[in-house]
Design a binder for this molecule. Structure first.
Ligand code: HEC
Length: 142
């Protein structure tokens, strides 16, 4: 009986650790990330006032890790909107732990010396950072 009990615990532990490795993603999540942004957003024409607000947040909360090219601290955000969708970037800002744990683009990526922290930003603040990032990406509408 005791052995049966132990095998059960062992099986349960194994199946849990297996689950930690993968999670079924929806089509939206595969492309746009996992988090509070669950619909595509329309960027519209460039809004310089919103971008200024985003730049202020970037300068106080992001640049210390993301400000250098080829860094082992964090990937550079220059041109990030050329490789990631705005929704993906917002989900990364709003749910970094979930993204790093579950999204294949993150789990496959090389490891950095730091970990992207959760900074309790609002959806509006994350959106303003997107506007700023449009400036450092090749956004055709600029
Ligand atoms: C303590 C350092 C640190 C801070 C502060 C930080 N990040 Fe990150 N960020 C990282 C690391 C490390 C990664 C790579 C995560 C991974 O895949 O393991 C990352 C990844 C990202 C990515 C994905 C980039 C890509 O090429 O896919 C985005 C977007 C991002 N961060 C945006 C931000 C924004 C915006 C802020 C400020 C609100 C911020 N980060 C603050 C460390 C940081």
């Amino acid at each position: 009986m005791r052995n049966l009990y132990i095998s059960f615990i062992l099986l349960w532990t194994l199946s849990c650790s297996g689950n930690n490795q993968q999670r079924d993603l929806t089509e939206f999540e595969s492309e746009h990330g996992i988090g509070p942004i669950t619909n595509e957003i329309e960027l519209g024409t460039f809004d310089p006032i919103l971008a200024d607000r985003g730049e202020q947040i970037y300068m106080s909360l992001c640049v210390m890790c993301h400000g250098q090219n080829d860094s082992e601290i964090a990937p550079s955000l220059e041109g990030v909107l050329d490789r990631r969708s705005p929704e993906y970037v917002m989900n990364m800002i709003l749910n970094p732990t979930g993204m790093i744990r579950w999204h294949p683009t993150r789990t496959d990526e090389k490891k950095y010396l730091t970990s992207m922290p959760y900074q309790s930003l609002t959806i509006e603040e994350a959106r303003s950072i997107i506007e700023f990032l449009r400036v450092v990406s090749s956004d055709a509408s600029l």
